[in-house]
Design a protein around this ligand. Structure first.
Ligand SMILES: Cc1ncc(COP(=O)(O)O)c(C=O)c1O
Length: 448
């Protein structure tokens, strides 16, 4: 059992160490307060463990250095945006060339064909479009689904995250759909736009679809943003039959689950979605995302969207499909996130998983750890949670913050806001073992 007083004392000690060792970051944070809202370029950067965020000097492969000259093993990897490793040489060289040859034109380049063909090969869906963020790809996919089904609602899982998609910031409380805690200025009450069910509950899923108003189910094949939650055996087969029975479409948001393999869970688990979304690492961190649709969806879109109106439909963006993001996607898919890279990354995630599992056992902690392809994550529950509600209920902000700060002070960056580690092609066994050592040390201090 974790004693709260001890946790507080350990956290205070780590906080002091953090402040003492990050003088330049502290200075920059003070300076930032003069010009940046809340002293950070992005609101949630405030939430990193530690009194202020560390400012980065440079990053390469699986490592980065902060402005105080401290080096880190990066197991966060830009929350998957840098799953390729930071600035792979081949990407840096290719995009530097493109930067000199035209960045954005509102016209296609040949790279878009290569990328479309490769995505078709990887995921099995025939028709692809591009956007700049996974959020936008999800938003556009939802619009298409609403348009072709002429239905208003989106079905999501409790405590899902799909980017800043308005419809998805909803939870279920006592059976009712309510705005999720922290939902900033919801445009409408999400109960009007959204149905929410727990993952792995087929009865609830069917009940929600029975209303006949769900255009589309927006789902990660395995939940990854409230900890990793795997689907029960047979869940997706049954869920897919239900979406067909009730004429709802299915979006597989593979933005994080691309860690499962080169074609995400869609390929690994032979899912059969109507739409696939993939963003973040697709361009090694150069903004870009994609959504692909089945032949049937493509035909239904063609039947409803006409040439004269195709520029005003709430889908797109001036910079979407630009030459730079497409060449970044091409080189990433061709040279970095290859089948060979996964063969290296997945065993490393297993090594991480096994190291943490050992630490949990050695110190008899009531925690568990789960792996999904190239990522792994520990939860503060004895058994892996089966749905978002269960996982969210087991969150422990204080404990999580302590473990993150403890790791950070010793040179390891974990994904913030949960306990996730992701491997990139440049991650080494030594990087993983450093985390294992630190994790065991933290566990020993907690239970001592
Ligand atoms: C599953 C999933 N989809 C979409 C997004 C949104 O990505 P972005 O913030 O790049 O738009 C995220 C972000 O974490 C995500 O986890």
């Amino acid at each position: 059992m974790i004693h709260r007083q001890k946790l507080k004392a350990l956290s205070a000690r780590e906080e002091q160490r953090f402040i003492a060792e990050h003088a330049r970051s502290a200075e920059m944070y003070e300076r930032a307060k003069d010009s940046l809202l809340g002293g950070v370029p992005m609101n949630w950067m405030k939430k990193w463990a530690g009194a202020f965020p560390i400012f980065v000097a440079h990053a390469k492969g699986a490592h980065f250095t902060d402005v105080d000259g401290r080096e880190y093993v990066d197991l966060c990897l830009g929350d998957t945006g840098a799953m390729t490793g930071h600035s792979p040489d081949v990407v840096a060289e290719t995009i530097a060339k493109r930067v000199r040859e035209g960045i954005t034109l509102m016209l296609p380049t040949e790279d878009s064909l290569w990328v479309g063909e490769e995505l078709k090969r990887r995921f099995g869906l025939p028709c692809w479009q591009f956007a700049l963020t996974a959020t936008d790809a999800n938003r556009f996919a939802i619009r298409i689904a609403r348009e072709i089904t002429q239905r208003p609602k989106v079905l999501v899982y409790n405590y899902c995250y799909h980017g800043t998609v308005d419809e998805s910031f909803a939870t279920v409380r006592d059976g009712a759909v309510v705005p999720r805690r922290g939902n900033i200025g919801p445009p409408v009450n999400p109960a009007e736009t959204t149905r929410v069910v727990e993952f792995n509950d087929l009865n609830a899923f069917e009940d929600a679809l029975k209303h006949g108003d769900v255009a589309v189910v927006l789902a990660e094949p395995a939940m990854t943003n409230v900890g990793i939650i795997l689907p029960d055996d047979g869940y997706w087969k049954a869920a897919r039959e239900l979406t067909r029975k009730y004429d709802a479409l299915l979006i597989a948001d593979e933005t994080h689950t691309i860690c499962a393999g080169p074609g995400g869970c869609t390929r690994e688990w032979r899912l059969d979605p109507d739409i696939v979304v993939f963003g973040k690492p697709i361009g090694s961190g150069i903004p870009g995302s994609t959504y692909g649709v089945t032949e049937e969806v493509a035909q239904r879109i063609a039947a409803r969207i006409h040439l004269e109106d195709c520029d005003v439909g709430g889908i797109g963006g001036t910079l979407a499909g630009n030459a730079l993001s497409l060449v970044a996607m091409r080189v990433t898919l061709e040279k970095v996130l290859t089948a060979g890279a996964y063969e290296k990354m997945i065993p490393l995630a297993k090594r991480f998983n096994d190291g943490v599992a050992e630490g949990i056992k050695e110190h008899s902690l009531p925690w568990n750890v789960i792996q999904l392809g190239a990522r792994a994550e520990y939860h503060f529950t004895e058994k892996p949670p089966r749905n978002g509600g269960e996982s969210a209920a087991a969150a422990d902000f204080e404990l999580e913050r302590f473990l993150h700060l403890y790791a950070l002070n010793r040179g390891v960056l974990l994904t913030p806001f949960h306990n996730m580690a992701l491997m990139c092609p440049a991650t080494s066994e030594a990087d993983v073992d450093l985390h294992t050592k630190i994790f065991k040390q933290a566990a020993a201090e907690l239970v001592a």
